[in-house]
Design a protein around this ligand. Structure first.
Ligand code: NAD
Length: 362
């Protein structure tokens, strides 16, 4: 074992934090490609995860992001019962100016060299066209356009999973998963938020919507019979359920102190600014939190289905399983008096460890 002292921000220190199986640094002078592919865990199957293109301020920032994202994918797959592992990739650059066909195809060659241990799909800064370029070099990609056999926009599947998470929480707190008459604030009415608003209105919930895009806010409120509210006052008002569907990090000390809702359940990634601290704060305040990576797993489910031969009915069934998975998390949280996010992590880790033992006996 090396006796070298590792600084906190060193690459090797970061690599050692979460037990990643493999991290590949991709560099190509001709196309300007600088990317990192992180495979966190393949116990349950090939690592599935998006490729994000972002103008990171430093290589370390990109590394930290890809390590965190890939680990979450492992947990997301495990808890939703998919036979898939977790991975992710980041391309360092501004997607509006640095992207080219050659760069995406060169990146596709790197994925091809991983022999199917990593399968990618779109994420922030990449789109179905980019996946099509990657597909020209490797078959280990999902999220290609529907016209060439892809599964299309994952947002309706994500919204369906979020609805299941909301219903599971309602069942726990109100004794029924009927949402009729419940007041629900959806923050961020983009792809997922709008689909969710439609589903909630079908359930006859009283829906409030907020967004920084005023024009869209008025349109969506009118179309679905929801009430538009100011984004600045969302935590001053009383709702049964708060559904964050915009950016992460909205659940923090200052907002938890103000919150008057009974349930937090939405699609945004990384809703808790600090997992440990804010998971515990919510438990102590009696606010039921549906772990984000569980109830927003619809996007991953959609890609998983595409890889395994897309079938819309089966895909929706897998999204519906999020109801039972959330119920299990809430049960464990209650029995052991632990935050729901911690309960979710423990259930995911147990499935991986159980399957590892079975595989070891092959
Ligand atoms: P989107 O970009 O289509 O929509 C986001 C919406 O949030 C936009 O209307 C934007 O104007 C609004 N917004 C941005 N900042 C805001 C703020 N501070 N306050 C209020 N509104 C704000 O994104 P999306 O695809 O709908 O995804 C929403 C969230 O769900 C993201 O966090 C995303 O990472 C997560 N998610 C999405 C999927 C999917 O299938 N699309 C899957 C898993 C997780």
């Amino acid at each position: 074992m090396s006796s070298i002292k590792l600084e906190e921000n060193s690459v090797f220190h970061q690599l050692g934090l979460c037990g990643h199986q493999k991290v590949v640094f991709c560099n190509d002078e001709d196309t300007g490609l600088k990317a990192i592919i992180a495979i966190h865990d393949t116990t349950l199957g090939p690592a599935l995860g998006g490729t994000r293109m972002w103008a990171y301020k430093s290589e370390l920032e990109a590394l930290k992001d890809v390590l965190r994202l890939s680990r979450t994918m492992t947990y997301k797959a495990a808890i939703t019962g998919l036979n898939s592992g977790g991975g992710n990739a980041v391309i360092i650059g501004d997607s509006r100016v640095d992207k080219s066909e050659a760069l995406m195809r060169r990146f596709g060659r790197f994925i091809e060299n991983l022999n199917g241990t990593f399968i990618t799909a779109e994420d922030l800064g990449t789109n179905p066209r980019d996946m099509e370029y990657i597909r020209m070099e490797t078959k280990h990609v999902a999220g290609v356009p529907e016209s060439i056999g892809g599964s299309g926009d994952p947002s309706p599947v994500t919204a369906r999973g979020v609805l299941m998470g909301i219903k599971a929480c309602a069942k726990e707190l109100f004794g029924t998963d009927t949402l009729a008459g419940k007041s629900i604030a959806v923050q961020g009415i983009g792809h997922v938020g709008t689909s969710l608003v439609a589903l909630l209105r079908e359930e006859n919930a009283k829906v409030y919507v907020s967004d920084i895009n005023e024009e869209r806010l008025v349109q969506v409120a009118k179309k679905f019979g929801a009430e538009a509210i100011s984004n600045n006052t969302i935590f001053d008002r009383e709702f049964d359920i708060y559904a964050p569907c915009a950016l992460g990090g909205t659940v923090k000390t200052s907002t938890i102190e103000k919150m008057k809702c009974a349930i937090i359940a939405g699609s945004a990634n990384n809703q808790l600014a600090d997992e440990k601290l804010h998971g515990r704060m919510l438990l102590e305040k009696g606010i039921l939190y549906a772990p984000d990576y569980l109830i927003n797993a619809g996007g991953m489910i959609n890609c998983y289905s595409e890889i395994n031969g897309y079938n819309k009915k089966r895909t929706m069934q897998l999204a519906d399983n999020i109801y039972e998975a959330t119920r299990n998390v809430l049960k464990k949280s209650k029995e052991e008096n632990i935050p729901t996010n911690q309960a979710a992590d423990m259930i995911a880790e147990k499935r991986i460890s159980d399957i590892k033992k079975i595989k070891a006996s092959y």
